[in-house]
Design a protein around this ligand. Structure first.
Ligand SMILES: NC(=O)CC[C@H](N)C(=O)O
Length: 229
């Protein structure tokens, strides 16, 4: 794929740079929300653009994780580069929904034949857990992202679109940001983990970028700032 180089005037070396992987899905809403918080933000579509922009933080948006992996395969350097940035260079990353799937080590209901992942979070996630698009829903979540140190529980609007569910966290160092009680078809309930954070990585299975509540993005920007060397 021909790399499209970013023009120099979109890169401001003096302030925090957040990139949003813009291969497919809901990237523009993240860009708007990050910009509304005063950080610079850029859609990134290739390994060449990521190398040029040198983001301090990267958002992997929602959409369709299998489609993203197929598009990414046109640029064989792209996923290895993201893996290096996140796992070796400590660049902060926020994965929303499909992005959360891509950052998981164990994915149930993968595309037949498997799908390419970035990994790094030892948790078990199940794709399309709540059913098809028509089974998308909204609910109010309790999330531990509030206050100065982000240790307080706040109410947060949860938009779930063909969402995955985090069924278990297999590394005790991974911090659970929230859980909710899902009532199953047989009326029994189960606990679903809605978001986690671990070192420079944070994920949600719901979509804060589709609300007008920017507290989750503020929380991510604070993680990025903390990890900038
Ligand atoms: N809203 C979303 O990102 C849905 C995720 C999608 N079901 C996937 O498997 O990638």
């Amino acid at each position: 794929m021909e790399p499209i180089i970013l023009s120099d005037n979109v890169i401001d070396n003096k302030s925090l740079r957040i990139g949003v992987l813009a291969l497919q899905g809901g990237f523009i809403e993240h860009v708007n929300m990050i910009r509304s918080l005063g950080a610079q933000c850029q859609e990134l579509r290739s390994s060449a653009q990521i190398k040029q922009y040198k983001p301090h933080g990267l958002i992997l948006p929602g959409g369709e994780s299998t489609a993203m992996a197929i598009i990414a395969s046109n640029d064989p350097e792209l996923f290895p580069l993201i893996k290096d940035l996140v796992h070796k260079e400590g660049v902060s990353v926020y994965g929303t929904c499909a992005g959360c799937i891509m950052l998981s080590d164990n994915v149930e209901k993968q595309k037949q034949g498997g799908q390419t992942l970035i990994g790094g979070l030892d948790l078990t996630i199940s794709r399309n857990y709540f059913g098809r698009q028509i089974n998308s829903f909204e609910t109010v979540l309790k999330l531990k992202i509030g206050g100065e140190d982000h240790g307080e529980v706040v109410d947060f609007p949860g938009i779930f679109i063909r969402a995955p569910a985090i069924l278990s966290v297999n590394n005790p160092e991974i911090k659970i940001l929230g859980e909710f009680q899902h009532v199953k078809k047989d009326k029994t309930t189960e606990t679903i983990i809605t978001g986690v954070s671990y070192k420079n990585m944070v994920t949600t299975v719901f979509h804060p970028e589709l609300t007008n509540d920017n507290r989750f993005h503020k929380y991510f920007i604070d993680i990025v700032k903390r990890n900038v060397k």
